[in-house]
Write a new protein. Structure first.
Length: 603
């Protein structure tokens, strides 16, 4: 009887367990964040991936895919090695694979799906938010498209390749030269150590399907014009013709405050009466709704979005010093170097809650800015920065050759420079509407730095309303809006100039490992090794006290290294697993406000 009851209980339990969940398990990771245990094939990254251009219909393809690793020149596999949890890179624990691919091999994916029965639109787009690096796609056995780039979106119209009904098949191949190529890649390498981290290959952001009409708004730009209490909107359409027009409505909550229409070939300007300013202290966002009309005045597309009214500029303070101005006022920017790495997901946070957590903690610690370091995040990271109020300096991912502080700009090959420019273009295009982003940083510490003056001018032409920090660290070429130096531990500041703001792009790097919360048991390092929390509080307080003196002398901003530990680098204010804040956030916030504790406050 007991055995019969036990068997019945097991049978009931199995009935309620998804077979995919029963089979999938994370690969080994030395440590993991608190959110990793909540990840499953059924709940992985279910949030709408594009919060600044929202349509009602979409199909999330995140979850279990078949995968195979094969020599680079082999054809589509006939058999697969197992299953991988998308959108986690194959090297990560949360992928369920945890294997290195390398530049001699190719990673293959396979997924089947059915088109929802209520999709009557004539076009269906297959959207990859980010895949690293060379992507090729087949749909139902037919080649559908390809893409080069590890950080930008790739959209393929797959309607011509779909079967009339039933099961559809997607096959994706990915090849990544990692650090053997000259592409923008950030800090991922095949043999990690020090400031270099585990390689990231394949799909690492959401994959999804979107049904689309014959004509649709594919992209748009919202420019806030704070001094005039107005915005301008320019749309880019698929199926463009001279008779298309669009209408836009702006809402403050439920209240309609402005509306208007214009030809899609022109720019629409709308008044925003008594505009509420967006800032870290008051991150107010207006809602935006747009409708596209065809030549017969029929609504063919609609979407919702949001924007913030903020202005970033250079200006003179009362002493005549050139400062970075937010909404025409000097606001000292104290930020964190934010690498955006996770012990369980590598480039991909375990969940949207985890992604939000870093931003919430950054603010709780008393910082008002993050420098997103040589990585471009999913749109939802910037959405949370917009919504919670965190200024962002956005780096372009680095790649290619290095130059020293006294070296001339490197000479990139034509393919290398074209790829850099293409990915730079996409970064600016895709992230343009986020009010949190206030500065673009094309080059970091000479890595891949070429044609600096031309690149800085190119960015400014593409986005005249944000600042350009042309060369963070060294190899300054006297161009752009910012003169940026690095000093470890620092602090320090560059010589003041009349036409550029002085900033400290990196400083600090106080390294303190916590037992059972490190990626590796030994060889952990910091720019300056610290042995206790008491010493960390004291050393950090001394840095900030000196920094406040530099602020009075003309420093506009400073970036402390860094938000979290990353693999063997223990410079973070939080451990890599985010389970420990090395200094209590309340204490950090008091110190960052200019208060230096007279006694050691750590427990």
């Amino acid at each position: 009887m007991k055995n019969q009851l036990l068997l019945s209980a097991v049978w009931i339990l199995l009935c309620f367990i998804n077979p995919a969940e029963a089979q999938w398990q994370p690969a080994f990771s030395p440590i993991q964040s608190q959110w990793a245990a909540e990840v499953s094939p059924d709940n992985v990254w279910q949030e709408y991936p594009r919060p600044q251009l929202v349509r009602e219909k979409w199909l999330n393809l995140n979850g279990l895919w078949d995968y195979a690793i094969r020599p680079k020149d082999e054809d589509i596999p006939t058999q697969y090695d197992g299953q991988i949890l998308v959108p986690f890179a194959v090297e990560s624990a949360l992928s369920g694979v945890g294997k290195t691919v390398g530049e001699l091999n190719r990673l293959w994916y396979r997924k089947t799906f059915e088109v929802p029965t209520d999709w009557n639109e004539p076009r269906i787009a297959l959207r990859f938010e980010a895949v690293d690096w060379e992507t090729k796609v087949w749909v139902n056995g037919k080649f559908a498209g390809s893409h080069l780039g590890g950080y930008d979106r790739n959209a393929i119209e797959i309607s011509p390749f779909l079967n009339p009904g039933g099961i559809q098949e997607i096959i994706v191949s990915v090849w990544d030269p990692i650090d053997k190529g000259n592409q923008p890649r950030g800090k991922q390498v095949e043999n990690p150590g020090g400031i270099w981290y585990t390689s990231v290959t394949g799909i690492w952001q959401t994959v999804w399907l979107e049904p689309l009409p014959k004509q649709n708004i594919e992209l748009f730009r919202v420019n806030p014009i704070l001094d005039e209490d107005s915005i301008s909107i320019k749309v880019t359409c698929v199926g463009e013709n001279r008779k298309l027009r669009f209408e836009a409505k702006v809402f403050d909550g439920e209240k309609l405050i402005s509306q208007g229409g214009e030809s899609t070939r022109k720019t629409l300007k709308l008044n925003i009466p008594n505009a509420k300013k967006w800032s870290p202290d008051s991150p107010f966002l207006y809602d935006l709704a747009m409708v596209l009309y065809d030549e017969n005045n029929l609504a063919v597309d609609s979407l919702t979005s949001y924007f913030g009214m903020r202005k970033i500029s250079l200006g003179r303070d009362a002493e005549g010093i050139t400062r970075i101005m937010l909404n025409n006022e000097f606001v000292f920017q104290l930020g964190l170097l934010d690498q955006g790495w996770w012990p369980d997901g590598l480039y991909t946070a375990p969940s949207d809650l985890a992604l939000r957590y870093d931003i919430e903690m950054t603010k709780k610690m008393g910082f008002n800015m993050a420098r997103k370091h040589v990585k471009v995040e999913p749109d939802r990271w910037y959405y949370w920065c917009d919504k919670l109020g965190l200024l962002v300096w956005q780096d372009m991912p680095s790649g290619d050759q290095y130059i020293g502080p006294n070296d001339p700009d490197t000479e990139r090959t034509l393919p290398s420079s074209m790829q850099f420019t293409a990915e730079l273009d996409e970064m600016i295009r895709e992230k343009f509407n986020h009010p949190s982003i206030i500065a673009w940083v094309p080059f970091n510490e000479g890595w891949g730095q070429f044609a600096t003056s031309k690149v800085a001018s190119y960015i400014k032409i593409n986005d005249p309303d944000r600042l350009v920090n042309a060369a963070s660290g060294w190899t300054d070429r006297l161009v752009g809006d910012i003169n940026d130096i690095h000093a470890y531990p620092g602090p320090a500041m560059p010589v003041l100039e009349p036409n550029r703001a002085a900033v400290l792009g990196e400083f600090g790097g106080l390294g303190l490992p916590f037992e059972n919360h490190t990626w590796q048991s030994k060889n952990n390092w910091g720019y300056r090794n610290i042995t206790s929390q008491d010493e960390l509080v004291k050393s950090y307080s001394e840095l900030i006290a000196e920094l406040m003196k530099l602020k009075k002398l003309g420093l506009s901003a400073a970036v402390y290294t860094q938000t979290t530990d990353v693999e063997g680098e223990v410079n973070g204010l939080m451990t890599y697993d985010r389970k420990i804040s090395k200094i209590e956030p309340e204490i950090l916030s008091r110190i960052n406000s200019g208060y230096v504790p007279p006694v050691i406050l750590a427990d």
